[in-house]
Design a binder for this molecule. Structure first.
Ligand code: ATP
Length: 367
């Protein structure tokens, strides 16, 4: 069943087009992330759904009820939507339990529902505390419990983890995702953090300049971005111009042979392939490698513990990025001579589309 239907919604502030004919549909119980750079219109979209902003054109339907049309505007408190803001925004003078129960009125079962929601976010038994007696992460958990308490059909999360440090964020994301799922809530998260969007959501809407460029599962968005802008915004990407005739899966690039996805084999006119750093293999020079492997020298290594991102200077070309699992046997050092090659099928885009996207002329295949 459809929980949220956004059809051709537009919203401008004077000359600034914040939303440009946005279409988006959320199924009941679904977790959708709207991912985009600063200023792309994410918060405006969330505010239009919540009813804090009026729209210029289009339609928003929540749970089958039309809540917004131009000239028709259901006030926020009648939409049964709750918002988890960036900073939690708890009432400092109310206990944790009173914060969570704030939207529940005086009905029977209130105490049980408050405790149930605190349990869902991992804070069972802390209802008597005051907000200032909690850590930042715990306060965000209370904000989520408060949003869930009235069983809203839709929870809107406005970058709720951005103020927290990285180690806290990972655990909290997973707990919040689970709490929302256990409560059966439909949720929309706006974020500029790709890791957050990809790890939490069932589907991700990638937004730029007020438009949604792609709305797909996290794996589709990462593996098959619809254009070179999405490719570069979601994860590290190398865009490699290709040479060779249409009809051939294997084409030449500055990183040697690149194999195109079967449905793209007929792309003509020097297309540009998307290669992710984890598709590039690296060995020390002198070690066994395919004949088409290209030489390079390790420039720097960003070590992340579980993996590392290696930057390699490729003679006569730009640098290449290689992601490797941390493994002492294959480890390389800055200054090492290496050989590189690309594995797996690649997405590719017509050269004109990439040039139009970046405003740049594609690089030559060989330096
Ligand atoms: P961020 O990630 O930085 O919060 P965002 O993607 O949420 O950005 P919005 O806050 O929706 O972006 O803003 C979209 C555009 O609309 C921006 O250009 C912004 O400057 C503009 N804008 C937002 N609110 C207003 C306002 N009240 N008055 C005028 N312009 C606004």
């Amino acid at each position: 069943m459809t929980a949220v239907e956004i059809v051709q919604v537009g919203k401008s502030y004077g000359d600034v087009v914040a939303l440009d004919s946005v279409d988006l549909t959320l199924d009941t119980g679904e977790f959708v992330a709207v991912l985009g750079p600063s200023g792309c219109g994410k918060t405006t979209l969330l505010r239009c759904i919540a009813g804090f902003e009026r729209i210029d054109h289009g339609r928003i339907t929540l749970g089958g009820r039309v809540v917004t049309l131009p000239g028709v505007h259901m006030p926020p408190h009648r939409r049964h939507v709750t918002v988890v803001p960036q900073d939690g925004a708890l009432f400092p003078h109310l206990s944790v339990a009173d914060n969570v129960g704030y939207g529940l009125g005086r009905g029977r079962g209130k105490t049980a529902r408050v405790e149930e929601c605190l349990e869902l976010v991992g804070l069972g038994g802390l209802g008597a505390r005051m907000p200032h007696e909690l850590s930042g992460g715990q306060q965000q958990r209370v904000a989520v419990a408060r949003a869930l308490a009235p069983h809203p059909p839709l929870v809107l999360l406005d970058e709720p983890f951005s103020a927290l440090d990285a180690s806290l964020r990972t655990g909290l994301r997973e707990d919040v995702r689970r709490a929302l799922a256990e409560d059966g809530a439909t949720a929309l998260l706006v974020t500029h953090d790709q890791g957050e969007a990809l790890s939490m959501a069932h589907r991700v809407a990638v937004m730029r300049d007020g438009r949604i460029h792609q709305f797909d599962t996290p794996a589709e968005v990462y593996r098959h971005p619809v254009d070179s802008w999405v490719a570069q915004f979601v994860g590290e990407a190398m865009l490699l111009p290709l040479e060779g005739p249409a009809g051939h899966a294997e084409r030449m690039s500055r990183l040697g042979v690149v194999r195109l996805r079967p449905d793209l084999v007929d792309l003509a006119g020097g297309p540009t392939a998307l290669v992710r750093p984890e598709q590039v293999r690296i060995v020390r020079a002198g070690t066994l490698a395919p004949g088409h492997a290209v030489p390079g020298r390790v420039a720097q290594i960003a070590y992340h513990g579980h993996d590392a991102l290696i930057t390699v200077d490729v003679p006569g070309s730009q640098t290449a990025m290689v992601r490797v699992i941390d493994d002492p046997v294959t480890a390389v050092e800055p200054g090492d001579d290496v050989r590189l090659w690309v594995e797996g099928d690649c997405t590719a885009y017509p050269a004109e589309a990439v040039a139009a996207e970046s405003g740049a002329t594609p690089l030559p295949v060989v330096g």
